[in-house]
Write a new protein. Structure first.
Length: 297
């Protein structure tokens, strides 16, 4: 195995970085929107720098995870075409790419200040702990991933010096749990008897158990968001009492994703589902647009 021609190596590194997953880092921009700073150019620039920093940081984490999982990925029909599993890159080349992404994230984090650096370091530590230990521990694995989403939301607030609402933390956490549990369900069904070989924690899950967990967190997500939009505290802070008008889009999005999970078994990659399912794309776009109209006009 070798690193191959330069163009092929760069293409493999690009795939290894999983750019389609960068959509998850849009959470960094949540504080910009809900902090009502969307039209403040200085804050927009800082938020975008934070977004890029987390894209680089998350890509470094994905690469390290693929290095650790390369043998198991060869046994997974959905992951066997990843560059390290296929042998398109050496571990050394992948490690250099991870270091380069981490360096980009470090420089941008320093630009945004000590608090952002602190959150970035926490996220990096969480990714390392997840790759080496947490992903093999039942329940801890999904909670660790959900905490990573929460850290993204906090990073966005720190980047523009806006307090992150406890509501944003709670809703982000339960929504992330929902998405991660959907992924576990997909793995159990897609891999069947080979699931344990791919991820040891899957031996402690069953489709029935995961379905029960998904029902709980999906309900918590929707109810939590409904309470948030009707809260007098939120009305006073954001200056609108009509945020409840966005509830139908959130309800549709959650129910649509449940449909994709159960009827189409498409819960393996939330980012791809969001990018390819037109009804889901439309629901998210209308939710964002309605939020902007209610908060700014």
């Amino acid at each position: 195995m070798n690193d191959g021609p330069s163009a092929g190596r760069m293409a493999a590194i690009f795939r290894l970085a999983r750019p389609h997953q960068w959509i998850k880092n849009a959470l960094v921009l949540a504080a910009l929107v809900f902090g009502q700073r969307l039209f403040v150019l200085h804050d927009v620039v800082l938020a975008l720098v934070g977004f890029v920093a987390f894209c680089a940081l998350s890509s470094a984490g994905y690469i390290l995870n693929d290095i650790a999982d390369r043998e198991a990925d060869r046994l997974n029909p959905e992951k066997c075409d990843r560059p390290l599993a296929r042998g398109d890159l050496t571990v050394a080349a992948a490690s250099r790419a991870a270091f380069a992404f981490a360096a980009i994230a470090a420089v941008l984090s320093i630009v945004l200040g000590r608090e952002f650096v602190g959150i970035a370091l926490l996220y990096a530590a969480l990714q390392l702990v997840y790759s080496l230990w947490a992903k093999h521990q039942v329940i801890i694995d999904v909670i660790a991933v959900a905490i990573g989403f929460v850290l993204r939301a906090f990073a966005g607030g720190v980047a523009i010096d806006v307090e992150v609402s406890p509501w944003l933390v709670f809703i982000t956490f339960v929504l992330a749990l929902f998405l991660v549990l959907a992924r576990r369900r997909h793995e159990l069904i897609a891999l069947g008897d080979d699931a344990i070989a791919h991820r040891s924690a899957l031996s402690d899950y069953s489709v029935r158990l995961v379905d029960q967990m998904i029902s709980i967190v999906a309900g918590a997500t929707l109810v939590g968001y409904m309470i948030y939009t009707a809260s007098a505290e939120v009305e006073a802070k954001l200056g609108t009492r009509h945020l409840y008008l966005t509830v139908p889009f959130v309800a549709f999005g959650i129910l649509r994703y449940l449909y994709l999970i159960d009827e189409r078994n498409e819960g393996g990659d939330p980012a791809r589902a969001l990018l390819h399912d037109r009804p889901l794309i439309l629901a998210v776009a209308l939710w964002v647009l309605t939020d902007i109209v209610l908060l700014y006009f």
